[in-house]
Structure formats: C-alpha cells, structure tokens
Design a protein around this ligand. Sequence first.
Ligand SMILES: Nc1nc2c(ncn2[C@@H]2O[C@H](COP(=O)(O)OP(=O)(O)OP(=O)(O)O)[C@@H](O)[C@H]2O)c(=O)[nH]1
Length: 186
Amino acid sequence: MKETAGIVLAGGMSRRFGGEKSLTKINGKEMVAYSVEAFAGLNDIVIVARPDLAVKILQTRRICVIFDLPQYRGKGPLAGIYSAMTEIDAEWYAVLPCDTPWIKQSVIEKLLAQRAPEWDVIVSRAGGRLQPLISVFHRRAKEKIRAKLDTGNLSMRSLFEDCRVKIIDFEQKKWFANINTKDDLK
Ligand SMILES: Nc1nc2c(ncn2[C@@H]2O[C@H](COP(=O)(O)OP(=O)(O)OP(=O)(O)O)[C@@H](O)[C@H]2O)c(=O)[nH]1
C-alpha cells in the first residue's frame, strides 16, 4: 500500500466553460498540469478524466490517467475520488480539481501535515468558504463515498456529515479560485 496518492479530478463535463477546460492553456500550460504540479511531493498521481479527453491528456503528460468506474460515470466528483481510490491502494489521498490554476504545493503540504488517526477528511477553507475538492481523504472514507454514490446522494457536504472532518483555513483566496467559464480566464 502507498502512503499518499494524489487524485486530479478532470472528469467533469465543463458545461459552463464549453470546451476542454482541463486542457485549456493558461500562461502556456494546461490547467490540469497546475494541479499535477501541486502534487510535486507525491510519487503516485492519477488523473480521473473523461474517456474522450484521456487520450489527449496522455499525449501531453506522462502520468496515470483513468476513467470513472462505469457504474458511477456521470455522478460527479465523488465518482472520480472513488474510482481513483479503487485504482491506487493508498492510506491517504490528496484531491484537487483540474480548474484551480493558482493552487500551490504549499496548500497540499499544509493539508497533508494534518494527517492523523482521528480524521477521515482534511478539507481546506479559503475566505470562509469550504473547498471540498481541495482536500485529503483517508482510505476509511472510501466505503462512505461508495454508500453516497449507491444512494445517489452525491453532495460533498452530505459526505462530510458522515466523516470526522478537520478544516484548515487559508487566507489566500486567490490560490483557490476556480475557472468555471471562459470569462473567469480574463
Ligand atoms: N472524475 C470526475 N471528475 C468530475 C466529475 N464531475 C466533475 N468533476 C471534476 O470536479 C471538478 C469540479 O467540477 P465542476 O466545476 O463542479 O463541474 P465541471 O464539469 O467542471 O463544469 P460544469 O459542467 O460547468 O459544472 C472539476 O475538476 C471536474 O473535472 C465526474 O463525474 N468525474
């Protein structure tokens, strides 16, 4: 079993953005690459992408790319986290979305520093807003996630109600800004 793996969620439909959000370049680099780089301290990183995008990501990065498990396809971020946990057996999993290009490795390091037996999830909060997809999960959370997926209750907040959650506050809101639309790029 690995100690800690990194999961980049890139399996969304990008409906608001319209087009391939994860592969859109900012300052010459694909958005998904910023998330991969924030995991620089980790040896095992998996991108959970849509099948139609995976080939393109594979062409640009030497990194493990998987798809959501078929039974959970279309079920959102929890499907991606669960699929990655099934692919890589690790004690802890650091999670990032593919659309936070200003995220820093130091954020991940600060979250990982909180790993302890009493927590199932360590989640960031920036400017008072919880950032459920910039977080760290213990493998204990995997079965709780599966239960949510199987009942169709797909909200991260609902999952957190069933977990022992440690919240870590950050002041630098800009690092957590995410790109939803093409206007957000301006
Ligand atoms: N693997 C996986 N990742 C997902 C899924 N849904 C969303 N994500 C990822 O989760 C992060 C946040 O996604 P959202 O912004 O809520 O959704 P989106 O699909 O990117 O965009 P919209 O279609 O405009 O809502 C992004 O990194 C997405 O790629 C999914 O079903 N599977």
